[in-house]
Design a protein around this ligand. Sequence first.
Ligand code: AMP
Ligand code: MG
Length: 505
Amino acid sequence: MTFAQAPTTQPSLQLPWQEGFAQLGRSFYSPCLPTPLPAPHWVGRNETFAQTLGLPDQFWDHPEVLQALTGNLVLAGSAPRASVYSGHQFGVWAGQLGDGRALSLGEIQTNTGHQEIQLKGAGPTPYSRQGDGRAVLRSSIREFLASEAMHGLDIPSTRALCVTGSPGRVRREEFETAAVVTRVAPSFVRFGHFEHFASQGQIDELRALVDHVIAHHMPHLQTLEGAPRYAALLQEVTQRTAQLMAQWQTVGFCHGVMNTDNMSVLGLTLDYGPFQFLDGFDPGHVCNHSDHQGRYAYARQPQVAYWNLFCLGQALMPLIDEQAPAFEALETYKTAFPEALDQGMRAKLGLTGVHEKDRELVEGMLQAMHKDHVDYTVFWRRLSHAVAESKHARHAFEPVRDLFLNREAFDAWCSSYLARLDSAAEGNAQHRETAGLKMLQVNPKFILRNHLGELAIRQAKSGDFEMVGDLLTVLHAPCDEHPQFESWAGLAPEWAASIEISCSS
Ligand code: AMP
Ligand code: MG
């Protein structure tokens, strides 16, 4: 599929473009124009996000916006570019990769600070290798909704401003239609960017990149000089990644392709491909059907992140000089991750304070859930309601108990749990209700289950985008009740198990 390159026009929409990544110079990117798509149309618009950013009134109605965000014209002041990075894929050094189908339009000043705007799927770049630079409607809707679902769950992520579609055809396992996601983040710098310059022996560029990240995104490290500055960056990324992994695990999110080129230096969830939120709890769950070894299975994610951080540490060694400070920085993962995970799980259980047996309590629950393949999200939500209502309702825990085949195992767990919950109450008769209400604020009613995404995609393929919009609204506030969408909060239907999510996107 070939189309003429986008004409650069002098359109009337003015955005507050700022200098940013491009200042680093041409070793870091190649200028590259998007390639137009025929007859674009809106698929999803994130109007609340546009408002948060402070984009101009009438942004969506502006005649140039649909065209510009499909790559059919270049906004005044934007200088599109693709950046170069490398990375380890599935544990193996893959050499140079780069933005093969992402184009950065530049950075703008917004109400939420400096934000980079990227088009994903706007045509080939110098880094496309064998790829066509395109994204299909299916995967673009998934990325759009998942980015916003993560945001709704308070999990750091790149954001998504909109998706546009086109009848232009893209070849995957079969022909599909093309789409473009506009994604937004303070920075899209990946571990792989550092690995790239280290592997090329371009140490000045490596240093410039670290300095850029510190200056723009980690100003509290600015005062450090020399090797300690670079070790501090490694430690900062380690901490952020540890927090992110704890959040993924507590919510039951599987990324699917945790290659170092998909790891954000800011600790954002980045690059949504074959991701999945767990239905039935299974620590060995592999959501990427191309991951035959199960390298990126749900339970392995924290360990893989640590491995990836080692790759980043290795890349930074020319700047850190000595091994000891790099090791020390990486070692902090071993306390930061479990602490963040424990804290997250305690919040899900409505527990206050810290008790030495809390981890045992969590493990016991997860084992019972795994044995009976209990739905992860439904379990937590029902438990939250049960705790909130248990003062008044004698059978409050029945709906949770019903999720288990082995009811005795649940009963045993539940009595240890309630003993722990009540032990912190110190005579406060209201404590279960208070704990339950807090739990309802952290245990979401709605997650982006595969089958919900699939239903929205099927409708979108037939030209109906209502479900995409409704899911966006619900997922932005996933702990709210949204009674009109009750059916989306239920267990996954049987057919959900047959949805195959490959790397093809
Ligand atoms: P991913 O596994 O999706 O993170 O992609 C790995 C690398 O392949 C990145 O450099 C992507 O930009 C590139 N890539 C993936 N799909 C395409 C495509 N359709 N066209 C060009 N490059 C692609
Ligand atoms: Mg990627």
